[in-house]
Every structure is written in structure tokens, then in C-alpha cells.
Design a protein around this ligand. Structure first.
Ligand SMILES: *[C@@H]1O[C@H](CO)[C@@H](O)[C@H](O)[C@H]1NC(C)=O
Ligand SMILES: *[C@@H]1O[C@H](CO)[C@@H](O)[C@H](O)[C@H]1NC(C)=O
Ligand SMILES: *[C@@H]1O[C@H](CO)[C@@H](O)[C@H](O)[C@H]1NC(C)=O
Ligand SMILES: *[C@@H]1O[C@H](CO)[C@@H](O)[C@H](O)[C@H]1NC(C)=O
Length: 357
């Protein structure tokens, strides 16, 4: 080791502490790399960061990998210690928050991502983010950032949840939900308020619904594929009809929910007699499961091909059945989840249960 290097090491060890920063309660030190090559921009080396695709699709309950890697141009002989940060901008949010921060072998995950995310690290420079057990709440834009001394580069990728949009009207009838009540209602059905993009995709796939519902951005809209008089009139082209942004407390509408769960399964309970609502809830418990929620029924119908021509109770007190192969005496000619609305809880029907196994 030449004298200059020795001196440099001495200065690093004995001068005031190296830059130490605190970030979301996670404090780490900026340390010079073992090979002592200092700041790379002195050498005209450029740090490059790239994601593989602009969007990635996933379904609820699955694991997803958001690809991202970095390299140096021109390439370096020895590896460098960098700080990697993944941040996230939720679909309906306006602020980024941290997902994962790593430096060397140390890492920390934050908030809802705690212990649910890690770096893939399949090859040098692979900083792809693996998210396990993806939930609806995880959709949004993710940004991977690499910090090497003064160099700081990043790239972004969108995570979109594949799912099914369904209009929801509570038992007390049309237009009874404030925005907050709409959020709660969808969550109770194992779903989330649909985004504009999700409703638009559902409309492209043929969703036609003549009641206006809340969307996640606070607007109120409804999808029409066959223009008709009570639904915006005959003169309007097919599309999403919008009431614009409405007051979240004062105005009341229905809601469009989005469900994306593939974990567990929904089944029609084999039972000797038809059941009233309280018996139906009990019968599922006795079968080691729970009465199914509307969002679970829609997801099972859409993603697992659930098809059953028997009406059954669901957790919200509605009676429905799922049809993927339309046939005689099983409702309209299109596939769908058929609804009998909310009968009196004394009425006798079958029941759909949900098991997480
Ligand atoms: C997701 O990853 C976790 C941990 O890596 C693993 O235990 C789990 O089985 C995976 N789940 C699925 C649905 O692949
Ligand atoms: C996945 O997330 C759901 C909802 O947050 C939770 O109920 C379930 O236990 C989680 N599963 C695993 C394997 O962590
Ligand atoms: C999603 O976020 C909402 C609001 O932050 C929360 O109430 C809900 O429990 C979350 N759902 C899941 C599955 O994490
Ligand atoms: C359902 O039937 C049980 C008797 O099996 C009765 O105790 C209960 O009150 C009934 N519930 C409703 C909502 O009709």
C-alpha cells in the first residue's frame, strides 16, 4: 500500500464520522468501497439503471417480481458497494413511500411491505424486487434507485393487479353510499374500489351497467356498451359516462369494486336441506370454512371458472350464482354472476362457502 493510500485510510478512519444519514428511522453510513476507488464520476464511469418492462401484471395472493438491474458503463473490474432503494407511489396516492432499502447485506422493508419483499439477486447487478403475497393495495408505480457515492440513477415500473370489476349496490338499495362507505363496502366483500383504468378495461370486455358508482379517484361513472335512453341517451357513443368528481361526504352513489384474489376456493355447500341466512352462515362454519364474500365469488368465477346453477347465500345477505358456460334455465346468454338481490333472511336457499386452504 503506498503512502497516499495509507493516509487516505487514516483520514477516513479518524476524521469526523463519515456521512451518516437517517432515513425513515433507518440510519446507515456512507462508506468508501474496499477497493478505495472513491467517487466513480471522477473516472467518467456512468451508472445505468433499467427496468425490463413498463408494467407487470399480477393477481392477488401471488408472488410477483419487478425486474430491475444496474451496471456501469464502461464496466468496472471490481464490484462496488451501492445503496439500493425501492420506493412506491400508490395508485390513489400523491406521495412516494419506501418499500425496501439495502446496503451491502443489510436491508430493511417498510410499512405493509415489511417482511414481504426482498431483492432477487440472481446475477451481479440484479436488484429485482420480489413481493410475496401481493394484495390489491400493492398496485401502483415502483421505482428502483441505485446510489453510488454522488451518482444516483433510477427507473420505474408499474404493478397492475389483474382482477374483475363488479358493480355493487347495498341491501338498502340504489345510491346509498358516500365515498367512505363505498370503500368500506368493497373491503367487506374482499375487494377494493375500482380505478378508472380497471373500469375502462371491464367496459372494453363488455361490462354494461346503468347505475353510477364511485371510482378510486373520487369520480362517479358508469360503463355503457349498448346506448339507451335511461343511460345517457341514444345519441351518446358507447363508453364510460362520467358525473365527474363528486363530494365524498355529501353525494351518494353505488360503487364499482375490484376483486383479485386467487387464494383459497369458493364452493357450493352440499347440504341435505335449503337454509335460511343464519343457518347458511353456521353451515359453512361447521364445514370448516366461512360463507363466501361477493368479491371471492366474482374472483372464483372469473379466474377459476366457477360454474354452478344453484342460487346460494353470500356473506352480505345476497343470493347469487356463478355461470361461466351459459345454458338454459341458468340466466342470460352471457357468462356472469347472477344475482337475486337481497331476499328476506328467512328464505331458504343453498350457500357458497370460502375456504382459504
Ligand atoms: C411466494 O414466495 C414465498 C417465499 O419465497 C413462498 O413461500 C410461497 O410459497 C410463494 N407463493 C406462491 C403462491 O408462489
Ligand atoms: C396473505 O395476505 C392475506 C391478506 O393480507 C393474509 O390473510 C394471508 O394470511 C397472507 N398469506 C401469507 C402466506 O402470508
Ligand atoms: C388496504 O388498505 C386499506 C386502507 O389503507 C386497509 O384498510 C386494508 O386493510 C388494506 N387491505 C389489505 C389486504 O392489506
Ligand atoms: C333460521 O332458522 C333457525 C331454526 O333452524 C331459527 O332459529 C332462526 O331464527 C332462523 N333465522 C332466520 C333469519 O330466519
Amino acid at each position: 500500500m503506498d503512502e497516499l493510500r495509507l493516509l487516505l485510510v487514516f483520514v477516513l478512519l479518524y476524521s469526523t464520522p463519515a456521512a451518516s444519514r437517517s432515513f425513515n428511522g433507518f440510519s446507515y453510513q456512507d462508506i468508501f468501497n474496499g477497493n478505495g476507488n472513491g467517487e466513480i464520476h471522477f473516472n467518467g464511469v456512468k451508472l445505468q439503471v433499467e427496468t425490463q418492462s413498463l408494467s407487470v401484471f399480477a393477481v392477488g395472493g401471488s408472488n410477483v417480481t419487478l425486474s430491475c438491474h444496474f451496471w456501469y458503463d464502461p464496466p468496472l473490474d471490481s464490484p462496488r458497494r451501492v445503496r439500493v432503494k425501492w420506493a412506491w407511489l400508490p395508485v390513489s396516492g400523491d406521495r412516494e413511500s419506501d418499500v425496501l432499502v439495502t446496503i451491502g447485506h443489510r436491508h430493511r422493508s417498510f410499512g405493509d411491505f415489511k417482511d414481504r419483499v426482498y431483492l432477487q439477486q440472481n446475477f451481479p447487478g440484479d436488484i429485482s424486487l420480489v413481493i410475496t403475497n401481493v394484495t390489491l393495495n400493492d398496485s401502483g408505480q415502483y421505482r428502483c434507485e441505485v446510489i453510488d457515492g454522488l451518482e444516483d440513477e433510477s427507473a420505474a415500473v408499474d404493478l397492475e393487479l389483474r382482477g374483475v370489476v363488479f358493480p355493487y349496490q347495498p341491501h338498502n338499495g340504489r345510491y346509498h353510499l358516500s365515498f367512505q362507505a363505498a370503500q368500506r363496502t368493497c373491503e367487506e366483500q374482499d375487494a377494493a374500489v375500482a380505478t378508472f383504468e380497471q373500469l375502462y378495461a371491464a367496459w372494453q370486455e363488455g361490462l354494461d351497467w346503468c347505475n353510477a358508482g364511485w371510482l378510486a379517484d373520487g369520480t362517479v361513472q358508469y360503463p355503457i356498451t349498448q346506448p339507451r335512453l335511461p343511460c345517457g341517451g341514444l345519441g351518446l357513443a358507447p363508453g364510460l359516462r362520467s358525473y365527474g368528481t363528486r363530494h365524498k361526504h355529501i353525494h351518494k352513489f353505488d360503487v364499482f369494486c375490484f376483486s383479485s384474489s386467487i387464494t383459497g376456493h369458493v364452493y357450493y355447500l352440499q347440504h341435505p336441506e335449503k337454509l335460511n341466512f343464519t343457518e347458511a352462515v353456521q353451515a359453512c362454519l361447521e364445514d370448516g370454512s366461512q360463507i363466501a364474500k361477493v368479491g371471492q365469488m366474482y374472483a372464483a368465477w372469473r379466474f377459476l371458472g366457477l360454474d354452478r346453477c344453484d342460487a346460494g347465500w353470500l356473506a352480505d345477505g345476497s343470493v347469487r350464482y356463478p355461470i361461466t358456460n351459459p345454458r338454459q334455465n341458468c340466466g342470460p346468454q352471457e357468462p356472469g354472476v347472477r344475482s337475486f338481490g337481497f331476499p328476506s333472511p328467512h328464505h331458504k336457499h343453498g350457500v357458497y362457502c370460502y375456504s382459504s386452504r
